[in-house]
Design a protein. Structure first.
Length: 140
């Protein structure tokens, strides 16, 4: 894949701040969400802190419609979320050469307050989900 983000143009108001970074990448705190039409429904969380760091993300409700991560009221307050419409929900994706082997991390959802432009990866304790949840389900 060519570097789709090499000359990325974005406005200051597009930047989403992760105050604590993302676990494992704590020094990277500023990201933008980028949609590339030919790769939808996948999007990219692209770091704007001068690194080439980026994560493929997807709305987990697209492949697990009953996904309900246990997020506390305090975690939502920390992000300044006052109403459900403020929330963008994503899961970080590992894309494999064989698309059927691609997975998403449902233990660590990314929650973004789209109004205040702040986000956080929240680690949940829920045995219903895994860090390598298959995106493509086998047909029954």
């Amino acid at each position: 894949m060519p570097d789709l983000f090499k000359n990325l143009v974005y406005a200051k108001e597009d930047v989403i701040t992760f105050e604590a970074g993302i676990p494992g990448f704590e020094s990277n705190r500023h990201f933008v969400l980028v949609q590339v039409p030919e790769y939808l429904p996948f999007e990219w969380l692209v770091c704007t802190d001068g690194t080439r760091l980026r994560f493929a993300v997807v709305n987990p409700l697209l492949f697990v419609p009953d996904y309900e991560p246990k997020v506390t009221k305090e975690q939502l307050q920390e992000l300044g979320i006052e109403k459900a419409e403020d929330i963008l929900l994503y899961a970080i994706v590992t894309i494999r050469a064989n698309p059927a082997d691609s997975t998403a991390n449902l233990i660590g959802p990314i929650i973004i307050n789209k109004t205040k432009r702040v986000g956080k990866q929240i680690i949940i304790d829920d045995e219903r989900y895994s860090t390598q949840e298959p995106i493509l389900r086998k047909q029954q």
